[in-house]
Design a binder for this molecule. Structure first.
Ligand SMILES: Nc1nc2c(c(=O)[nH]1)N[C@H]1C(S)=C(S)[C@@H](COP(=O)(O)O)O[C@H]1N2
Ligand SMILES: [Mo]
Length: 320
């Protein structure tokens, strides 16, 4: 894999990771939280002041893992929080943030099933007390060819898996998005949900894979998958499911939502690959939101050094 050199002038100062484009004081936060409860009842679900309202800052800064650097500037927080794919709410990217604050994310439990020592319901807040979180700057790439860069906050997935203790029979892990048809209109009029995606265990255990609870120094906004999502930065974005309510460990390769819907377009692995053209979007280049500047697509989204070894000897064009 090519080694990605990072020109020193492109490295961002620490302060750039948590820009204050939208300042949220305590009072406004409380007002926004009250609005969340009242507006849907009044039929005004779209009246949300801004995409970061209701996504409070972490009380103390989460330490950054400086091992992960970027070759391009960070995306603006308000942009990353207002251009979204979350089909359970709407397929209109610009409107997800206006609808998704109706999702109640506290308390939040996750059901653990299958080949694992710890099974049943776990409480997210409880888990986060036990496992230290860190911040990492990652590139993020959607198969539609738009890309962004995000300082994610979360727990490295392998640490969470160690805590869950999957058994030796667990060869795959599948993640399910919550089922809430009352607040997720797409769940009623599309029959593809709940959303589910899976990884091979060695992919899930790779150091890059994260269980994400925040971004830009804040709790995840609902439109980005609050309160907890998966981030797999060398794969197309659809392999990073949002608002996880169930995790299942299986011996056999489980079906995954997009692969099941369109196997030629969406493989099980779905690693970012400029050489495998998608029938609708050439994958040779990508553009950064919101400026449309085009760049060549990097194999494995630039993370080949960390992950290419997982696919040794495999034909990733055929077995994509
Ligand atoms: N539950 C759920 N998870 C999802 C999606 C979705 O529609 N529903 N869209 C996926 C796709 S296609 C992308 S590109 C990313 C977008 O994440 P973002 O909105 O935080 O940028 O979420 C992924 N996870
Ligand atoms: Mo996507």
């Amino acid at each position: 894999m090519p080694h990605i050199r990072i020109p020193p002038t492109w490295r961002l100062p620490d302060s750039a990771a948590t820009p204050e484009h939208v300042y949220l004081d305590r009072r406004r936060f409380i007002a926004a939280a009250a609005g969340t409860l009242l507006l849907p009842a009044l039929g005004c679900a779209e009246d949300r002041p801004g995409p970061l309202d209701g996504a409070p800052k972490y009380p103390t800064a989460v330490p950054r893992n400086v091992k992960y650097t970027l070759d391009r500037p960070l995306t603006k927080d308000t942009v990353a929080a207002s251009v979204n794919n979350y089909y359970e709410f709407t397929t209109d990217k610009d409107r997800v943030w206006k609808l998704s604050h109706t999702l109640k994310t506290e308390p939040w439990s996750i059901e653990i099933a299958g080949h694992c020592k710890r099974t049943g319901k776990i409480d997210l807040a409880d888990v986060l007390k036990k496992l230290p979180q860190e911040e990492r700057l990652y590139r993020f790439r959607c198969v539609e060819t738009w890309a962004m860069t995000v300082p994610w906050i979360g727990v490295p997935m392998h640490k969470f898996l160690d805590w869950l203790e999957p058994t030796s029979k667990a060869k795959y892990v599948r993640f399910w998005t919550v089922w809430r048809p009352k607040v997720m209109p797409g769940q009623s009029f599309r029959d593809m949900f709940p959303y589910f995606e899976a990884l091979r265990m060695d992919e899930a255990r790779n150091e890059m894979t994260m269980l994400v609870t925040g971004m830009f120094g804040r709790r995840l906004p609902t439109q980005n998958g609050a309160p907890v999502r998966v981030i797999v930065p060398w794969k197309y974005g659809y392999k990073s499911p949002k608002s996880i309510a169930k995790i299942e460990f299986t011996e056999k390769k489980p079906p995954t939502l997009w692969n099941q819907a369109q196997p030629l377009e969406y493989g099980f692995f779905s690693n970012v690959n400029p050489k495998r053209p998608h029938p609708r979007w050439s994958q040779a280049s990508e553009w950064m939101i919101p400026d449309r500047e085009r760049r060549p697509t990097l194999p494995f989204n630039g993370y080949g050094e960390q992950v290419a070894g997982l696919y040794k000897g495999m034909d990733l064009i055929k077995n994509h």
